[in-house]
Design a protein around this ligand. Structure first.
Ligand code: SIN
Ligand code: FE2
Length: 211
């Protein structure tokens, strides 16, 4: 079930406490195609303002592709089979799935691609990805657009932390000891990339959620 397709996996440019960072894995001239795919998903499943269980609006805008999407509202954090506005989530685009298989070497496909959009001032507090019900599989993160300051923490506690800038085209694999590590985005340098005409950052996280 965890079998690898290939041993010919891309080598991380940096390994930090179990996080595998592949800087620039998606070439600059290929990134517009990714944005087109994400725009098509967003057209079918619009970005929403996520509300924490405590009633606060998160600063990112969020949607998803795949069988399940991660949602949050006053009822709590969970994976849901339908967009908050109704309707199924669109399928995960083929090039996104292709990257997952190429980087993880896994046969198993992810069933959730969470899409976070960071406009001016958006950030994400330190958290663990722990709603998936199965931590055997890594979470793979793709950054597109503006530069973001990514903070990495410990497995059972946020501290001690280390930070690095993620740029457009960078891919991070959070597996093994990093699978349940705390992480967050302190800030985004709005307008630092020309990929999106009005600026902003897109982050995709691919997850295998237990059925
Ligand atoms: C997340 O943890 O869901 C997002 C991480 C990122 O935006 O790089
Ligand atoms: Fe996360």
């Amino acid at each position: 079930m965890n079998s690898q397709l290939s041993t010919d996996l891309p080598v991380p440019t940096l390994q930090l406490r179990g996080f595998d960072i592949h800087a620039g894995l998606i070439p600059a001239d290929g990134q517009a195609g990714w944005v087109d795919d994400i725009r098509a998903v967003v057209a079918a499943a619009p970005l929403v303002v996520p509300i924490t269980p405590g009633g606060r609006a998160m600063s990112v805008r969020m949607t998803a592709a795949g069988r399940l999407g991660w949602v949050t509202d006053r009822a709590g954090y969970r994976y849901a089979a339908r967009h908050p506005g109704g309707g199924d989530w669109p399928p995960i685009p083929a090039r996104v799935l292709g990257l997952w298989h190429r980087v993880t070497g896994l046969q198993r496909a992810p069933n959730c691609c969470l899409i976070n959009f960071y406009g001016a001032g958006a950030r994400m507090g330190m958290h663990q990805d722990k709603d998936e019900g199965d931590f055997t599989f890594p979470v793979l993160s793709v950054s597109l657009g503006d530069d973001a300051l990514f903070r990495i923490g410990g497995v059972d506690q946020p501290a001690p932390t280390q930070s690095l800038w993620l740029k457009s085209g960078d891919v991070v694999v959070m597996g093994g000891e990093a699978r349940l590590a705390f992480h967050g985005i302190d800030r985004v340098r709005h307008g630092s990339s020309a990929l999106l005409p009005k600026g902003g950052r897109i982050n995709l996280t691919l997850r295998v959620v237990a059925d």
